[in-house]
Ligand binder design. Structure first.
Ligand code: GTP
Length: 939
């Protein structure tokens, strides 16, 4: 019994002859048969030609990758959709009807190819775009958006409750948030790993447009949220929200994480491309323990292949394949753990007989999975495995429980799983593990085929249906929307099955079976043949009496037949949805992510560009000012030093010159102790003079020190003026100046005191002229004495005296007068020593100092030291100014660099927004839902 309005579409042509020339899997092109008596119509031939010409990628792909290199199988290799509804032989206008159906199938196939082409091209373009993004990300680390955590997890992720987007920057200085423009159709779907965060389901466009995207987020385990991520950066850091972690990471680390995500995404896209190019389909049958999965699979095969048991038995994945895939040999290949199955490599599996399957399926310690090659005994138009269109594999999964849930979830996610058939016990409904599985699988497989099994056990069937459909609506809204096609309430054990190979014919499962012969074509259509049906054997105790049971069996088998038709339609006709939808939804999601990422980064780049442009505008005058200040301060400091040094030089020179000139006049403080101490007096005077000169030098040095201190402080003011806080103050220790030895002077000045130095005759003479009444004797004595003392020509002196005194008196006066005169003269001269000696010595000292160039040398030394002392802070100031200029220059260079980079990034991300938007639009235009033209009218 289907949930509502089961449509059988009127497909199927039992009796229609269809044959394929060549090996279906060997690459030979299938030949489409004309059904009925007529030949292929013109329209069909035209369509066939179109299909043959349509390379899948057409001639429109210029870049080549999509066209020739990737899409190997031509579209004609994919088979057209078969007719399903049995048309009884001899039915009126069967030929034209069949022909019409075939044309419709071709059209359907053509559309399928177009969609497949469009998606494959979109995959190629997306991969190209993502690779370019990786290049950009390496140069300009992209900023990564995160999703704001909802305060309380919404029950359903409806578009209007989508979380707003937060942009998280990885750098502290650049932190800002960007709100998503409200008009943007796709929300960001990245979130942290917590249960409160989730991403939207990957669903078909229809599901996206009309249905809430995901089931309650509380069901998302961190593990699965990660597995279903697209460009999400997953970080496993305990106790930290993702946004916080992203903040705490370096920009480069985020870029590296994104790069990694892109790589994963590209890998996934390649897998999807391979998948859409693959013509086979895998059907995974899963569900709770003991829900009747194996019984259901056997019912589908009309053959008891898989072991059924009342207690859990299937503990490994059992993949049932058509025997043609194994060169026509029925057998089981059991794959041990750790091996990757390859049919052509026997070392990867062990071969068993079908009879041994019972032992294999329970031995999960030894085997990871098994491949069961069997011959589907049903005709092509009824067989699922051998349907003539797609290679189908049926996979019986272990019952969902805590241990296998994850494995099954991972299995269900595999790209090659096209259809998930979920078997749920009508009596038990959905368990927690079932709900979790469905919710998560719904992300990848928007549609799920639901088999509510054991319906025979239910008394209030309507209530059971209502309750289960309500749960499905909650778990997989997309499936619920098509519940008439996708949800079936059946009793698998009501289906007569052939006995296991080698065993007696077996009807139902487990506890009993229907007549072994009841499998085969058209059986369900003949309830009257069901004498030996399963009625009463697998029903609950107290099942209805036989006559009533017969009706029930018929009903159960009809329901199952209906299920089979739907499943065939789902797998075969709607394989576009099951095969192409994952590619479409993933592309849609990843392109949405790309657009989000690009929008965020374009805005970030724009903001950065604005910021640095403004920064540059402000920096430019500061830089110019700094350069000007440097040269100004340079000049000022140089002038300052020069002026100070010159002033010190002048002061020292003048002071010293006058001090030396006047050294004799000053009070030297030396006591004259008489003629006998004249020599020591002379030494003392000399020492005192030298010390006075040295003292003067010291005085000059002191003034120079003061000037230097002033100079240093004026340099400091300049520094503070131009460098502000950057100015490094130096402590100037002026006492360290002029530390060189000052007693050098005594060693330099070396002159002997001579006798003449004691008598300054010139001055004596001058004095005598000035003093009136000084006796002639004194004069004579002076003259004579002078001459005598001069030691040369004393007679001349005597003669001169004679002339003056007169000849008569000479004899009387000459001797005593002479003696007296000399005595007086000598005593006078001696008395004048304290006056004469300093002058003489001073003159000598001056002369020697002049000879030594003492004044100039000292002035140069003192001013030189001043210059040296000032040079250090001046150099430091210059360095500081230079650094400041260089710093600004560097800053300017850096800002210009950032300006150029953000300009490039803005353009790039602007283009990326456009590009990914365009690809996304093309992807969204791929309509996997609408009926193919030509078939619509037939349903
Ligand atoms: N009444 C009734 N019993 C059924 C139905 N389908 C299966 N059973 C019984 O349920 C029991 C379990 O069936 P299995 O097919 O082994 O169940 P399973 O889900 O494959 O079990 P595991 O693989 O062990 O998880 C068997 O005894 C079946 O006969 C049904 O539609 N109605």
């Amino acid at each position: 019994m289907s949930a509502s309005n089961p449509f059988d579409g009127g497909y199927g042509t039992p009796g229609s002859s269809r044959s394929f020339s060549g090996d279906r899997r060997g690459g030979g092109r299938p030949q489409y048969m004309t059904v009925g008596a007529g030949s292929t119509s013109e329209a069909a031939a035209r369509l066939q030609a179109m299909l043959d010409q349509d390379s899948g990628y057409g001639g429109s792909v210029a870049d080549g990758e999509g066209a020739e290199n990737v899409w190997h199988p031509g579209p004609s290799e994919d088979r057209f959709t078969p007719d399903h509804t049995p048309v009884k032989p001899g039915e009126s206008n069967a030929a034209s009807e069949n022909e019409r159906r075939m044309v419709a199938s071709h059209v359907h196939q053509l559309f399928y190819n177009q969609n497949r082409t469009a998606l494959a091209r979109a995959i190629n373009q997306t991969v190209d775009t993502m690779r370019k993004l990786q290049e950009m990300n390496a140069k300009w680390p992209a900023h990564y958006p995160t999703v704001r955590r909802p305060s309380s997890p919404p029950a359903l992720h409806k578009p209007d409750v989508r979380p707003g987007m937060h942009h998280t920057q990885s750098t502290a200085d650049n932190h800002r948030e960007l709100e998503r423009p409200p008009s943007r159709p796709m929300p960001p779907r990245r979130a942290g790993t917590s249960l409160g965060e989730h991403q939207s389901a990957e669903s078909s466009s229809q599901a996206e447009a009309k249905a809430p995207e995901v089931a309650p987020p509380r069901l998302v385990t961190p593990q699965l949220a990660q597995e279903f991520s697209v460009l999400k950066i997953e970080l496993k850091m305990q106790g930290l929200a993702q946004s916080e972690i992203v903040h705490s990471l370096e920009k480069q680390s985020v870029a590296a994480l994104l790069d990694n995500q892109i790589n994963n995404s590209i890998r996934h896209l390649f897998a999807l491309r391979e998948r859409i190019e693959d013509t086979s389909s895998k059907v995974l049958v899963t569900g709770d323990l003991n829900a009747g999965k194996s019984t259901f699979c056997n019912a589908l095969l009309r053959r008891k292949v898989l072991p059924e048991d009342q207690q859990p038995c299937t503990s490994i994945f059992c993949e049932v394949l058509d025997v043609r895939e194994n060169a026509g040999v029925e057998e089981v290949h059991a794959i041990p753990h750790g091996f990757v199955y390859s049919r052509n490599d026997e070392s990867t599996y062990s071969v068993f007989d079908l009879k041994q399957l019972e032992d294999i399926v329970v031995d999960s310690d030894r085997w990871s999975q098994c491949k069961i090659y069997i011959k589907d005994i049903r005709p092509v138009n009824q067989s699922l495995l051998n349907n003539g269109v797609v290679d189908i594999a049926l996979i019986d999964a272990p019952g969902l429980n805590n241990d296998s849930l994850k494995t099954t979830a991972v299995f269900a996610r595999q790209e090659e799983i096209d259809v998930v058939v979920f078997v749920v016990s009508a009596a038990n409904h959905f368990t927690l593990s079932a709900k979790e599985f469905i919710f998560n699988a719904a992300r990848e497989k928007a549609y799920m085929f639901m088999v509510v099994n054991g319906f025979d056990n239910i008394r209030d069937k309507r209530r059971c249906q209502e309750m289960i459909l309500k749960q499905i609506n909650h778990l997989s809204p997309a499936t619920f929307k098509e519940s008439s096609e996708l949800v079936h309430f059946v009793s698998s054990n009501a289906i007569p099955v052939a006995a296991a190979p080698g065993g007696p014919p077996d009807g139902g499962s487990g506890s009993g079976g229907s007549g072994g012969s009841s499998f085969g074509e058209n059986k369900p259509d003949k309830p009257e043949d069901e004498e030996d049906g399963p009625s009463g054997k697998h029903g609950e105790p107290g099942s209805p009496p036989k006559s009533k049971g017969k009706g029930k069996e018929k009903e159960a088998q009809d329901d199952f037949n209906e299920l089979e038709l739907s499943l065939r339609r789902f797998v075969l006709e709607k394989r576009a949805r099951s095969k192409l939808a994952p590619a479409k939804t993933y592309l849609n999601n990843v392109l949405g992510d790309l657009t989000t990422l690009a929008t965020v980064n374009r805005d970030v780049a724009q903001n950065e560009l604005d910021r640095v442009t403004e920064e540059l505008k402000q920096l430019e005058p500061v830089f110019e000012q700094s350069k000007k200040a440097r040269s100004q301060a340079d000049d000022q400091v140089a002038t300052n030093i020069e002026e100070t040094a010159n002033a010190v030089y002048t002061l020292t020179r003048d002071t010293l010159t006058s001090a030396i000139a006047r050294v004799a006049e000053s009070d030297l403080g030396v006591q004259y102790t008489g003629v006998f101490g004249a020599y020591s007096y002379a030494d003392d005077v000399k020492a005192a003079m030298l010390s006075q000169v040295a003292e003067t030098v010291r005085w000059c040095e002191e003034r120079a020190r003061e000037k230097t201190v002033q100079g240093v402080s004026s340099i400091k003011s300049l520094g503070l003026l131009h460098l502000g806080e950057e100015y490094v103050d130096l402590t100037f220790r002026s006492e360290k100046m002029f530390r060189s030895r000052r007693d050098a002077l005594a060693r330099q000045v070396d002159f002997e005191t001579e006798v003449w130095d004691f008598f300054d005759l010139t001055s004596l003479w001058e004095k005598q002229e000035k003093v009136a009444g000084t006796s002639m004797a004194v004069t004579v004595a002076g003259v004579v004495g002078g001459r005598m003392l001069g030691g040369v020509g004393w007679l001349d002196g005597a003669m001169t005296a004679t002339k003056i005194v007169g000849t008569n008196n000479i004899r009387r006066v000459i001797l005593p007068g002479l003696v007296l005169g000399i005595a007086l003269g000598v005593s006078y001269a001696i008395s004048q020593i304290p006056n004469s000696l300093p002058k003489r010595l001073s003159a000598k000292l001056s002369a020697q100092l002049a000879q030594l160039d003492y004044t100039h040398a000292n002035s140069t030394r003192v001013s030189g030291e001043v210059r040296r002392a000032l040079k250090y802070p001046a150099d430091k100031l210059r360095e500081g100014l230079q650094r400041s200029v260089e710093h600004l220059q560097e800053q300017r260079k850096e800002t210009v660099k950032v300006q150029i980079e953000s300009e490039v990034a803005r353009k790039y991300f602007g283009n990326l927004v456009r590009e990914s938007g365009e690809i996304q639009t093309r992807v969204q235009r791929v309509d996997l839902e609408g009926p193919a033209p030509g078939t619509a009218g037939m349903e």
